[in-house]
Ligand binder design. Structure first.
Ligand code: PEP
Ligand code: MN
Length: 377
């Protein structure tokens, strides 16, 4: 379990940050000049921290795999030149030692490392007794428990300056995103550990420059605590992630157009009106629950009737017709097909559970266990 009380907010990480931060810098350090020119070029963007990949985890061999240790010095020198802390990705113990030796201020764990509990544990062990902040990117696969597990391993090693970085999830097949945002997973993480600072990485979600503004704004609207955006002095010549990197100047314009919303206000008019609207939501939600409970009563009657007549619970044709009809009702109301079918599937599963209880009262306990897919492995 995470000890959320011990987590340190970004404002207390010791770098003089406000509540919202910007991390910017190249995908990869390539040459001392490229790092220095990019970082000094970023000054108008007022980044709070500078990033660069030193060791690059690449999907295929024979791609540029990073400049390795010498890049740490280039990054540190550039950070010193603009008076900002720097962060790098570490994927093994050697990376950790070299980054610490060079005085890198913050480490992050990449998406391909978060998936592997052995690798994360090794990094956590290497950091035992070291007081350095660590940011943990989500695993490439949409598995919230794995993401939380990595954070827990680091906290157990004594690290409480922790943050999560949402960089989207890979999926097979075509998508407009390089890594699908699946915002619901990030929102669930926020719900589970509200004290954990959360940073969004719109560059790796987007994969192409054009999508970065929209993804960034969405993250801010969802009250993320910061953005990590890749910037390169000559993006088209970048040795990695060329399509998604922005020039410092383009990043400056993007930032000008973003609206950083407040997460709270004390304005009484706003609060009153919001309260009024929230009461309506509360009422609607209570009716929704009431209706679902009503539905279950009818479901039980059907179950009893089927049992008396020795008929199966699941009637695939009826279910198919019902789904199609409900989805078309929902579409007429402008509701998303995926969302509605997910809700219906859940209601249907609950109905089956209620009917199963009627048919086989003894099986109920088993049923509970097998329907809980999030159970610990
Ligand atoms: C990166 O930040 O350059 C990187 C490799 O990211 P990720 O681990 O999210 O793929
Ligand atoms: Mn990158």
């Amino acid at each position: 379990m995470m000890n959320s009380k011990a987590l340190v907010p970004l404002t207390d990480w010791g770098f003089g940050w406000g509540p919202d931060i910007l991390i910017a810098g190249p995908c990869s350090a390539e040459t001392p000049e490229q790092v220095m020119e990019t970082v000094t070029g970023l000054t108008p963007c007022k980044p709070d921290m500078i990033r660069a990949g030193i060791w690059k985890p690449r999907t295929r061999p024979n791609s540029f795999e990073g400049v390795g240790s010498p890049g740490l010095r280039w990054l540190k020198d550039a950070g010193n030149a603009v008076g900002k802390p720097v962060c790098v990705e570490v994927a093994n113990v050697k990376h950790v030692y070299e980054a610490l030796r060079t005085g890198v201020e913050v480490l992050w764990i990449g998406a391909r490392t978060t998936v592997n509990p052995f690798a994360v544990q090794e990094i956590a062990d290497a950091l035992e007794g070291v007081d350095i902040p660590v940011m943990v990117k989500n695993p490439v696969n949409p598995d919230l428990e794995l993401w939380i597990g990595a954070l827990e391993r680091l906290q157990r090693a004594g690290i409480n300056r922790l943050a999560a970085i949402h960089r989207g999830f890979s999926s097979y097949g075509k998508s407009k995103y390089r890594n699908h945002p699946q915002w619901d997973i990030a929102i669930e993480l926020r719900r589970r550990i509200p004290e954990l600072p959360m940073i969004c990485d719109p560059s790796h979600i987007s994969g192409v420059r054009e999508l970065i503004p929209g993804v960034s704004q969405k993250a801010l609207d969802l009250d993320f605590d910061g953005l990590m955006i890749e910037s390169h002095i000559h993006p088209d010549k970048a040795l990695s992630d060329a399509k998604q990197q922005l020039t410092p100047n383009d990043l400056y314009h993007l930032l000008q157009n973003l609206v950083w919303r407040e997460s709270e206000t004390k304005d009484p008019d706003y609060l009153n009106h919001l309260e009024h609207l929230r009461e309506q939501i509360d009422e609607i939600d209570s009716q929704l629950i009431e209706m679902i409970a009503e539905r279950m009563k009818v479901v039980v009657k059907i179950g009893e009737y089927k049992k008396r007549n020795n008929i199966t619970i699941l009637q695939t044709n009826r279910w198919k017709e019902l789904m199609e009809e409900r989805i078309s009702w929902a579409q007429q109301k402008g509701l998303g097909e995926d969302t509605v079918s997910e809700i219906l599937r859940n209601i249907h599963q609950e109905s089956i559970r209620w009917q199963a209880r009627v048919m086989n009262p003894d099986e109920e306990a088993n049923d509970r266990v097998t329907s809980d897919h999030s159970a610990e492995v």
